[in-house]
Write a protein that binds this ligand. Structure first.
Ligand code: CP
Length: 333
């Protein structure tokens, strides 16, 4: 196919997705068809993961990150550069922008939206971010807000799963963390997986189980997910031995006096390389593991990194084309 024919095909996929001018605050802002449309578009954009396809020339994305980030900010910026667009970035706005002079978030969003065509923002306070987003004149992307949602991390992890298996429906996936209250990626991913027909297991401590709001949204669609509470390391690994993928959204460990006790709880959710290896040998099947990263020392067995089970670094590659797809669908080409 010629380059111009390829671009015509891309345009028709963008049009079919129908997300022009829309914001992505929650994974539920995308319909199931739009999710699959983005997967299709990302697949077609993958050849340009490491080069340039100038489909967004003249457009600007602003990355406003009120919390630290390596992956999310850089992959959005890479995606826009690969599309031939430009980037204006605030990686520490509380120090380097007028937010340091107590400018309100709505004012900041309103102003930045006069410059940029898309705003990609991370914020520590999801309520403030959700209240400020409507002040934007351009689409806003939630790049991780408070403990609420991180929809583009879920989008890239869903895409990675789709690229690995060719489907999501029917796959067994365990979303696991001792603390699923604060796991914003886990909230978005559990909903995305359930909606696309995966059989979802949510493993956490009873005390820190997934918020009722997330469970209610899944239940409102008539979908059942299974909670598995207060695992031991043996029971956790037994559960995971029946999965197609184990999804580790990480968790923020407490500091000070509570740190040691939490370390012991984290140990109950330690995925054993030996279990993954045994299932591969005995059943001739691969249980894939992904972690949203960053990870802490002791959180997982590093032998997984160089094994066929590892998907977390693959996901980083896929993140560029799926974010290119999201940007194009918002711009409408
Ligand atoms: N997964 C993720 O959100 O990573 P960063 O914090 O590096 O963006």
């Amino acid at each position: 196919m010629s380059n111009s024919a390829k671009i015509r095909t891309l345009k028709s996929v963008v049009n079919a997705i129908g997300f022009e001018g829309k914001s992505l605050l929650s994974i539920n802002d995308l319909s199931d068809d739009q999710l699959y449309g983005l997967f299709e578009l990302a697949l077609q954009l993958e050849p340009w993961n490491r080069s340039v396809v100038p489909l967004a020339t003249g457009n600007v994305i602003s990355t406003l990150f009120f919390q630290p980030s390596t992956r999310t900010r850089m992959s959005f910026e890479t995606a826009m550069h690969r599309l031939g667009g430009a980037v204006i970035s605030e990686a520490n706005p509380l120090v380097t922008s007028a937010a340091a002079k107590e400018e309100s978030l709505p004012d900041m969003i309103k102003v930045v939206s006069k410059y940029a065509n898309i705003i990609a923002m991370r914020h520590f306070d999801d309520v403030a971010a959700r209240e400020a987003a409507p002040y934007s004149e351009v689409p806003v992307i939630n790049c991780g807000w408070g403990h609420w949602e991180h929809p583009t991390q879920a989008l890239l992890d869903l895409y990675t799963l789709y690229r690995t298996y060719g489907r999501i429906e029917g796959l067994k996936v365990c979303v696991a963390s001792p603390d699923l209250i604060e796991a914003r990626t886990g909230h978005s991913m559990a909903q995305g997986l359930a909606r696309l027909g995966a059989k979802v297991y949510l493993a956490s401590t009873k005390e820190r189980r997934i918020p009722e709001e997330v469970m209610a949204k899944i239940a409102a669609r008539g979908i059942k997910v299974e909670e598995v509470l207060d695992c031991s390391q043996d029971s956790f690994n037994e559960l995971c031995s029946g999965m197609d993928m184990v999804y580790l959204p990480g968790c923020s460990a407490p500091k000070g006096a509570a740190a040691e006790a939490f370390k012991a709880i984290m140990d109950d959710y330690f995925l054993r390389f030996e279990m993954l290896d045994k299932v591969a040998k005995d059943q001739n099947r691969t249980i894939y593991v992904t972690h949203t990263l960053p990870r802490r020392a002791g959180e997982m067995d590093l032998r997984i990194d160089n094994s066929p089970h590892q998907l977390y670094f693959e996901a980083v590659s896929y993140s560029v084309s799926i974010r290119m797809a999201l940007i194009l669908s918002m711009l409408g080409m």
